[in-house]
Structures are given as structure tokens and as C-alpha cells.
Design a protein around this ligand. Structure first.
Ligand SMILES: *[C@@H]1O[C@H](CO)[C@@H](O)[C@H](O)[C@H]1NC(C)=O
Ligand SMILES: *[C@@H]1O[C@H](CO)[C@@H](O)[C@H](O)[C@H]1NC(C)=O
Length: 467
């Protein structure tokens, strides 16, 4: 384990850095686009605003009221076919994602980044949209696809490959490559979009497609489509379909709104069940020490590298053992085989870790298990909750948040009690991402107050007993 850990350390570090940078950018950019006239400058503020917004407008209304969302139905004759309904719906008004649902004669040219909808008569008007096929509009480094409804059949590129199954176009790049974003931005929305087709769907991927990404998640992709993924980067074919979804639609930062799933009703437990089936994970229920007193529930303590570490790991392990857990300390890394890592996590009943992408492993815990997220100093609590806490609850896990106090942070010693980073975290948020990242997420380690943390451990054990 040790040498394996060493060799994976650098990748883990780079990805860890990338993750927080991207998350912050994402959060700041969303603040700028959703805040109306007001530009929100801190993560915490953004989250508060977001919750207020969502409270004010029932989420379903967001979907239907967009001014640019156009639904158009017309009956047309396609060449050599019976009647084909052309139906074009493009949405660019939701908080997180832009996407189109296209029915009709749809022709895709990968190299040109274009998707044409071709009517068979000349009666209709030409309409065009620019759609970023990554699920977060805020990923501005991902290019836009030109989606165009042509005026008539003339001038349309001739099909070189014609499919009878529907297609989904999605982008990699963006924030993908980080395990949280891989799941929240790509795999989850692909899952709830593709279920309606029962694997009879062609996945088309675009934007600096990394073969390693497709390799890493091949089992999950194969479970969503029985066909090989087609890479549209530089693709010179004109690929023709009768039904195409352009872009992935996020309902939340990491979650499902069941009413918005097309065709079938799905929720987060369906996603985690899907992952358990895909990776052949044996456990679909956490251990219950009340029913099986001979078996100690297993707790995985995730240590990050090289910062945001638990400094008193041994004491934490001892306290968890005293609370009744069997404990293992693990370091998880990006290029570990997903199915092996999933099986390892699935053998546990609880995860304990400091806020970060490693918390995404919650998806592999058996339902009824516990996620304990330790939130470091720096007003990061709301972000921690939205990214990992709320999703955990929706998956059927017990979520326990442990906010550290000043005394548990290494910053108290390194900066002194009067430093603004200690006395006024908002002032650090106002200085921007670089300062926030440097202080709270790079220079901070945590020494848990075992007396206080024992209460959280007891709560976790209590939950397992009662589930
Ligand atoms: C996409 O649309 C823009 C105009 O909005 C145009 O300049 C560009 O050439 C189009 N790209 C393709 C490949 O059609
Ligand atoms: C942790 O802090 C957040 C605010 O950042 C708060 O909403 C939450 O209730 C706190 N949790 C606990 C367990 O104290």
C-alpha cells in the first residue's frame, strides 16, 4: 500500500489543487450570472443567495419560463421516410446548464462543432443557438456547439452515417478529471438522461477528449450504452440521428430532481444502486451493530496529501475504535482503478475525512452508512454541505458535519490569534480565490479535539445501531 501511495502522490496533489480552484471559479462565476445586478464575492454569500433563489422560485418554474426556450412542433416529410416530427427545444436560462432536445432530421459534424436540424419543407425560419455541451455553463474554456435549425432541406450536409438510435452529445474537458466533477457533472447527468433508452443510445463525446477518462469510466459508460462512445473531435463524418440531446442538464450541483428526469422517475439512491451494479459492489446495506454485535462497523479515515491533513491521526483512530469502529486509514488517488476503489469503500460503513474531492467516495458506501465531513476553518461550511452533505442525505446516508474550532486549526499556531484569517474569514474571501486557497486550503491542517469529536463518533455509531 505504501509504495503505491507514494507513486500516486503527485497526481493526487495536482488534482486536489485543480479541484478547489475550479470549484471556486465555478462558484464565483455562478455568482456573477445568477445574482442579477449584485455581484456576489464570497462562496458563502453565493450559497446563501442560491438557497434564497431556490426557495423563492419553485425549481420547476425555472425550467419553463426561460425566454429563449422555444418549443416548436411541425409535421414534415423526411426523405424516404414516413412523417417525422421536428421538435426543437433549447434552454439557455437555467442556473447551471444549457442544453437542447432535438427531434427530427438531425445532422452532426464533429469537426465543425455543428448540429443542424433539417426540415423537409421551406416554410420554417432559421434559428440558431450556441450551446456549451459541458454541463456547467461556467466552464468557459469549453467551446460552444452551433445548433442550427435550417430553413429548408437545401444546403444541408449529406449524411455519411445514419443511426436509428438516439444520441447524447456531451463534452469532457471543463472540470472533468476531478473525481467530484466526474460524478456530479458527467456520470450522474448521463445516468438520468440515458435511463429512458435502456442502453439503446449512442454517446457522442467532444472537446479534447482524453482516452484515459473514457478508459477510467468505461464500465459506467458501458452500463449506460451498449455501443462504443464516438469521439467527435476532428470527426469528418456527417452523423445523422432522429433524436439528439445536446449537452447535459444539471438539476443541482450534485443531485437529481426526480420530476425533471425524462421518461422515468429516478433519485439519488437509483444512481448509487446503478454504481453498485456497475462495479459489482456486494454491500447494499450498512452493518447494524445492534443486530450483529460480533461485527464492528468499519470506518475509513481518508487522509489527504500533502495538506489539509489530520495531525493527530493516531488519537483519532483510537477514539474511533473506542466508539466501536474497526478503523482503516486510506489515501485515495485519481488514477486508482475505479472498480477496485469502489469495492474497497463499499466494504466500509462510514467515511471520515476533511472537506475535499475524496468525499465523493460517499457514492460507494452502502445505504444506511455515515459520512463524517470535517470542515476546516475559513467559512467553507455551506460549500461543504452543498457538494457532499446534501447529496449524502439524498443517497440514504447519514451526514454528520464537524466544524472545527479555531483551536483545532494549525493556523492558530502559524498565524497567531490576531491574524485576520483567524478573526475575520470574510476578509480573506474578499481578497479572492488565491488568498483563500493559499490560507485555508493549503496551509491548514487539523488537530481534532478528541473530546469534542467523540460526540460525533458516538452519533455515527448510534445511527448505525438504529437504522
Ligand atoms: C458558428 O456560428 C458562428 C456565428 O454565430 C459562425 O461565425 C461560425 O462560423 C459558426 N461555426 C460553424 C462551424 O458553423
Ligand atoms: C457547521 O457550520 C455551518 C455553517 O457554516 C452550520 O450551518 C452548521 O449547522 C454547522 N454544523 C454543526 C454540526 O455545527
Amino acid at each position: 500500500m505504501k509504495s503505491w501511495v507514494q507513486s500516486h502522490l503527485n497526481v493526487g496533489l495536482i488534482v486536489g489543487v485543480l479541484f478547489v480552484v475550479l470549484t471556486y471559479l465555478l462558484v464565483s462565476q455562478q455568482a456573477a450570472t445568477t445574482g442579477g445586478t449584485r455581484v456576489v464575492t464570497t462562496v458563502a454569500q453565493w450559497l446563501v443567495d442560491k438557497q434564497l433563489n431556490e426557495g423563492e422560485r419553485p425549481s420547476e418554474k425555472v425550467v419553463t419560463k426561460g425566454a429563449q426556450q422555444i418549443v416548436d412542433k411541425q409535421l414534415i416529410q423526411a426523405p424516404g421516410e414516413t412523417e417525422v416530427v421536428t421538435k426543437v427545444m433549447c434552454s439557455t436560462e437555467e442556473r447551471l446548464s444549457d442544453y437542447c432536445e432535438l427531434d427530427g432530421d438531425v445532422r452532426i459534424r464533429g469537426r465543425a462543432w455543428s448540429v443542424d436540424i433539417v426540415p423537409s419543407s421551406w416554410s420554417s425560419e432559421r434559428r440558431a443557438w450556441k450551446i456549451r455541451p459541458y454541463s456547467r455553463r461556467s466552464a468557459t474554456h469549453v467551446d460552444m456547439l452551433n445548433v442550427t435549425q435550417l430553413q429548408g432541406p437545401g444546403g444541408a450536409p449529406a449524411c455519411t452515417v445514419t443511426y436509428s438510435k438516439p444520441a447524447i452529445i456531451f463534452a469532457l474537458g471543463g472540470y472533468s478529471g476531478n473525481v467530484f466533477h466526474d460524478h456530479a457533472d458527467v456520470l450522474l447527468p448521463l445516468f438520468y438522461l440515458s435511463r429512458q433508452y435502456g442502453r439503446e443510445v449512442q454517446l457522442l463525446v467532444i472537446n479534447r477528449v482524453q482516452p484515459w477518462w473514457l478508459g477510467k469510466y468505461k464500465l459506467a459508460l458501458r452500463a449506460m450504452s451498449r455501443y462504443d462512445v464516438v469521439n467527435l473531435d476532428g470527426d469528418t463524418h456527417v452523423r445523422c440521428f432522429r433524436r439528439v440531446t445536446v449537452g447535459l442538464r444539471l438539476h443541482k450541483d450534485f443531485g437529481i430532481v426526480p420530476e425533471r428526469v425524462p421518461g422515468v422517475r429516478l433519485a439519488m439512491p437509483d444512481f448509487t444502486r446503478f454504481l453498485r451494479e456497475t462495479y459489482a459492489l456486494p454491500r447494499s446495506a450498512a452493518a447494524n451493530p445492534a443486530r450483529e454485535p460480533h461485527r464492528r462497523p468499519r470506518l475509513m479515515l481518508i487522509q489527504r496529501q500533502p495538506h489539509r491533513r489530520f495531525l493527530n491521526e493516531r488519537e483519532i483512530v483510537r477514539a474511533a475504535e473506542e466508539a466501536g469502529f474497526e478503523v482503516a486509514v486510506t489515501e485515495l488517488h485519481i488514477d486508482a482503478a475505479v472498480d477496485e476503489q469502489a469495492r474497497l469503500v463499499n466494504s466500509f460503513d462510514a467515511i471520515l475525512g476533511l472537506h475535499g474531492a475524496g468525499m465523493t467516495n460517499e457514492v460507494f458506501l452502502p445505504p444506511g452508512g455515515v459520512l463524517i465531513q470535517v470542515v476546516p476553518l475559513g467559512k467553507l461550511g455551506l460549500m461543504a454541505r452543498v457538494e457532499y452533505g446534501e447529496p449524502a442525505t439524498e443517497m440514504g446516508l447519514k451526514y454528520l458535519c464537524y466544524n472545527i474550532t479555531v483551536g483545532e486549526s494549525s493556523l492558530l499556531e502559524t498565524l497567531g490569534p490576531d491574524d485576520p484569517a483567524i478573526t475575520d474569514p470574510d476578509s480573506v474571501h474578499r481578497r479572492g480565490w488565491a488568498a483563500l486557497y493559499d490560507i485555508y486550503l493549503t496551509k491548514q491542517d487539523v488537530r481534532l479535539d478528541i473530546g469534542r469529536f467523540a460526540l460525533t463518533l458516538a452519533e455515527a455509531m448510534d445511527h448505525l445501531r438504529r437504522q
